[in-house]
Write a protein that binds this ligand. Structure first.
Ligand code: DP6
Length: 329
């Protein structure tokens, strides 16, 4: 007997970042965060629970995977099996339509798609908050790739419930994330590993204490479509997270010289009156955010910028969803 389902999910870019774990077993983040789900970048994942299998298998972009990536996925599928009360192995086939080697976050869309396809194949019917809550055990940021549009991930310290929900639809604001690829090599320290050291930085406590203020400003700027306010808080939040990374023990430097040159250029473009801002995750690539009407101009400049290898355009996108289509994403 085979039980199968296929799901598609988009990555997300955080405007207010999650960095640090408050409770490792419950996977509770040190701070609430806010993001935009982005497409057409997507992961499509098919999960088949098959009684004929003797172990779990993962095929990623056509290649069979072993080692830590398989072990991490097995840990997540164990949780699904436990929830469904079923002991049956799974074959997981996952494809991305964006280069995962380009250092773009793929764990968010990967675990969002896996949570939806896996639970659905097992016959578990979860609500969107339940799915988001579950996805965070695969990857924290995956909780934010279950809903679409503009999303906030909050934890209630009393009940310890922790899930993301949408507060504005994808068509609320036509923003563009022009992702400037600075390096395509894999990062030396993963987010999961790096953020375990966050509390060793004396700046982390101040970053966490100030997060409610930044979240409030960011959410209101999105609701008001106020780009100038959004730009200021998004840059400050990214710089705060990188300041924590650089002052952790051992220190983590994700920026490359070209990343810094581009951030400085963006400040000069702002001084010219261009509506544009930047944010960087745990890597050197620069997410250059602007209104869609300015995107062509910004992309033209990015393509000419020394050290920018490629530019990938992304826009606000919808929630994770089941799909009948088993073709390549
Ligand atoms: C810097 O939850 O994506 O992107 O599970 O290692 O993939 P992994 O970590 P993840 O960490 C996200 C860290 C961040 C900031 C953010 O997206 O909020």
């Amino acid at each position: 007997m085979t039980m199968r389902a296929t799901a598609l999910a988009h990555p997300n870019i955080a405007f207010i970042k999650y960095w640090g774990i408050h409770d490792i077993d419950l996977r509770l983040p040190a701070n609430d965060s806010l993001s935009m789900t982005i497409g057409p970048l997507a992961t499509r994942t098919r999960v088949e629970f098959d009684q004929g299998l003797f172990q779990d298998a993962l095929i990623l972009n056509g290649d069979p995977i072993s080692g830590p990536a398989l072990t991490r996925m097995q840990g997540f599928i164990d949780r699904l099996r436990q929830q469904a009360g079923k002991a049956i192995y799974a074959r997981v086939t996952s494809d991305n339509n964006f280069p995962i080697s380009a250092g773009l976050a793929s764990s968010a869309s990967a675990y969002a798609a896996l949570a939806l396809a896996g639970t659905s194949a097992l016959g578990l019917k979860l609500s969107e908050p339940e799915l988001s809550s579950l996805a965070r055990f695969g990857s924290g940021s995956a909780s934010r790739s279950i809903p679409g549009g503009f999303v906030s991930w909050q934890t209630d310290p009393q009940t310890q419930s922790s899930f993301a929900k949408s507060f504005a639809s994808p068509d609320h604001w036509r923003l563009c994330d022009c992702i400037a690829i600075i390096s395509t090599s894999h990062k030396a320290v993963s987010s999961q590993e790096g953020m375990k050291k966050a509390s060793s930085s004396p700046l982390q406590a101040a970053r966490i204490a100030d997060t409610p203020r930044r979240l409030r400003i960011c959410k209101q700027a999105i609701l008001n479509r106020d780009f100038a306010t959004l730009a200021q808080v998004v840059e400050q939040d990214s710089n705060l997270m990188h300041a924590v990374m650089m002052t952790s023990d051992p220190p983590l430097f994700y920026w490359h010289p070209q990343s810094i040159a581009l951030m400085q250029a963006i400040s000069a473009w702002q001084a010219e009156g261009l509506p544009v801002t930047y944010t960087l995750d745990a890597g050197p690539n620069v997410h250059v955010i602007c209104p869609q009407v300015s995107a062509d101009k910004i992309i033209h400049r990015l393509r000419q910028f020394p050290g920018v290898l490629d530019v990938i355009q992304a826009f606000p996108a919808g929630p994770a969803r089941l799909t009948q289509d088993d073709s390549q994403v």
